[in-house]
Design a protein around this ligand. Structure first.
Ligand code: SAM
Ligand code: SF4
Length: 317
């Protein structure tokens, strides 16, 4: 479906849960999430109905995210049912990778085409610091499992944080020499209520290019990342710049939170509830949310915080 700015909305990102087995400092509070009762959150049938309605309106790609989607007990059943919806061409998953050794192959069999793993550092102590409770060995096992599961594509996402991992840009980029993965650097977004980071943390994507002068531009693949490749690499370097060069004019995304709110823009407060609605009611709300998708996310930088009104784990990054 086309929104009022003429953008074709074909991509739905669904946060299956706001819970997580890590506590990344830029994403969620140390104490985790407030316990909410089951009936406040979407159940499996509601998620599948939402995907069916979305597909009828032209959504072709689904990303399952969170919180951590793999902590959901019924994750395999959700993937199986979502990937079987008519019109859905691609099911992708964003995960911290911790549970992939147990679930990787099953997810592939359940219809997941692609996975994105999150990794901000290759240093054990820094990984433990940024995730508050994670162990780098667990990520490494998850990456190995992702490589062995046979997904069409594996990408690694790093949030670029000045003073924390800008000294590891080369090392992270070199993962593309070792593995057939794309390595993507995402500018830190000022989204959470409490700010762990000072202004120096908000570095632009151009810093990556300064550190990788040998990187060669690669043709755009239709996604939001600017693509480059190191000579002899097995995968691309992707640069995602929501702050220094926003891509709102080409944004084809819609988001659905775990408690059943459609968010047409990650950084806008607008939310449209689809809870308790029959299929026709849901369709009407989807149409309204898509049509009213904001033109852009407004000022966003170290001094102008996101108007999202939720932490990232509640929206689905
Ligand atoms: N738990 C999964 C994971 O970590 O991949 C999926 C959910 S997480 C919210 C999705 C992505 O959002 C991760 O790659 C994470 O690094 C990114 N993210 C979270 N908070 C962010 C922020 N403030 N700025 C930029 N990216 C952020
Ligand atoms: Fe959990 Fe992902 Fe947020 Fe880290 S970024 S706290 S792994 S949801």
């Amino acid at each position: 479906m086309i929104d009022k700015m003429g953008r074709d909305i074909t991509y739905l990102r669904i946060s299956l849960t706001d819970k997580c087995n890590l506590r990344c400092r830029y994403c969620m509070p140390e104490e985790g999430v407030c316990k909410r009762s089951h009936h406040e959150m979407m159940n499996e049938d509601e998620v599948v109905t939402a995907v069916e309605v979305a597909a009828s309106l032209g959504i072709r790609k689904i990303r399952l995210t969170g919180g951590e989607p793999l902590v959901k007990k019924n994750i395999l059943s959700i993937c199986r049912r979502v990937s079987a919806v008519e019109g859905i061409q691609e099911v992708c998953l964003t995960t911290n990778g911790i549970l992939l050794p147990a679930l990787g192959r099953e997810l592939r069999r359940a219809g997941v085409n692609r996975v994105n793993l999150s990794l901000d550092t290759l240093d054990r102590a820094k990984y433990a610091y940024i995730t508050r409770i994670g162990k780098l060995e667990q990520f490494r096992a998850g990456l190995k499992a992702a490589m062995e599961a046979g997904f069409d594509k594996v990408k690694i996402n790093a949030v670029l944080i000045g003073g924390f991992n800008d000294d590891e840009i080369e090392a992270l980029a070199n993962l593309t020499m070792e593995y057939p993965v794309d390595m993507r650097f995402i500018e830190l977004m000022p989204i959470q209520d409490h700010d762990e980071f000072g202004q120096e943390a908000y570095v632009p994507y151009s810093k990556v290019l300064e550190k990788l002068p040998q990187a060669i531009p690669v043709e755009h693949d239709g996604g939001v990342a600017k693509l480059y490749r190191l000579p002899g690499a097995k995968g691309n370097i992707g640069l995602i710049s929501p702050i220094s060069a926003h891509f709102c004019g080409e944004c084809n995304r819609l988001r659905l939170t775990a408690d059943g709110k459609l968010k047409p823009c990650l950084h806008a407060p607008d939310e449209y509830s689809i809870r308790g609605l029959d299929r026709d009611g849901m369709k009407a709300v989807f149409e309204q949310a898509i049509w009213n998708k904001p033109a852009w996310h407004g000022d966003l930088d170290a001094l102008h915080r996101s108007q999202a009104g939720r932490n990232m784990n509640e929206i689905g990054g």
